[in-house]
Design a protein around this ligand. Structure first.
Ligand SMILES: C[S@@+](CC[C@H](N)C(=O)[O-])C[C@H]1O[C@@H](n2cnc3c(N)ncnc32)[C@H](O)[C@@H]1O
Length: 281
């Protein structure tokens, strides 16, 4: 994947701090705060000309806490998080010594994540956990099988990634994840993606977000060829997943006790299963 998407991990890491999520402070930096402030200022300026719609940070907080909820509810103890960036989830979840948690991202992001953890006693203790693995690799080429154990259910997360993948890359990721079910026996796959039909009509806010993205990523911005929830669900089924579901934040905000449940975000999280025991429990 060309372009620098790793800077987007700075913005999200600051959202996890702003949201008060456990372990987010381990990854807080002035650099992330600057990216966050500049982006929010651009979005707020653009929003002056528009009504309604929640600020981006609420949508991101909803997606992150929805995925936390799904992982917790699954009871699965082996996790592989793709494009983990500076997410605090691995640090928080691997506090349970019975969990095996693998995070994968590009080499410079993983190196930065290690550096940030090295800064504090608590961070160094997180790094020393036998159950936490920080792996550098490009998702297009890295083999995922080594992070899955034979006959052990696995929960695969891809947060904040799918919106940057065009159809072909999306389908090849789906196939790559699906193939892991052969070894694991049972696999859950969860990711977020707002279908194009649910995006607000291109306007000042959308243009401001694109401009901020381009500025920080050297020209890289969002792909918009996932048109509807049904289209994405169809791609998942076509790749061999079952029990595929698209969950809008608004439909679960209260039941799942998401933070800021009154914020109407357009977050959509997709869940699916694969493997020999892939029927709904
Ligand atoms: C928007 S950030 C999301 C980070 C994290 N999942 C979160 O939600 O806080 C996107 C992440 O995708 C990673 N990424 C992009 N392309 C990648 C690739 N080909 N292989 C591995 N990671 C990649 C970036 O480095 C970045 O950390």
């Amino acid at each position: 994947m060309e372009g620098d998407l790793s800077v987007t991990a700075l913005y999200t890491s600051q959202v996890w701090s702003w949201g008060g999520l456990a372990c987010a402070e381990l990854f807080a930096t002035t650099e992330a705060k600057r990216v966050y402030d500049v982006t929010n200022a651009a979005l707020a300026a653009a929003s002056m000309f528009k009504r309604g719609g929640s600020p981006l940070r609420y949508a991101l907080l909803h997606r992150h806490t929805m995925i936390d909820h799904l992982l917790r509810a699954s009871g699965v103890r082996r996790v592989v998080e793709l494009a983990a960036g500076l997410s605090r989830r691995g640090a928080a979840v691997s506090a349970d010594a019975g969990v095996d948690y693998t995070e994968i991202d590009l080499p410079r992001v993983i190196a930065r994540k290690r550096e940030l953890l090295e800064r504090t006693t608590e961070g160094r203790a997180v790094l020393a956990r036998p159950g936490l693995h920080l792996i550098d690799g490009d998702l297009e080429t890295v083999a995922l099988e080594p992070f899955v154990a034979a006959g052990e259910p696995v929960f695969v997360i891809a947060e904040g990634l799918l919106m940057y993948l065009a159809a072909e890359a999306r389908r090849s990721l789906f196939a790559k994840v699906r193939a892991l079910a052969e070894r694991a026996g049972e696999l859950r796959f969860v990711f977020d993606l707002v279908p194009q039909s649910e995006e607000p009509a291109p306007g000042a806010v959308g243009r401001a977000l694109e401009a901020a993205m381009k500025r920080f990523t050297g020209g890289r911005t969002f792909e918009r060829d996932a048109r509807t929830r049904e289209a994405v669900l169809g791609e998942l089924r076509g790749a061999g997943f079952s029990d595929c579901e698209a969950i809008g934040a608004g439909s679960v905000a209260r039941a799942w006790q998401l933070p800021h449940p009154d914020q109407q975000t357009n977050t959509v999280v997709f869940t699916s299963r694969a493997g020999s025991r892939s029927t709904r429990s």
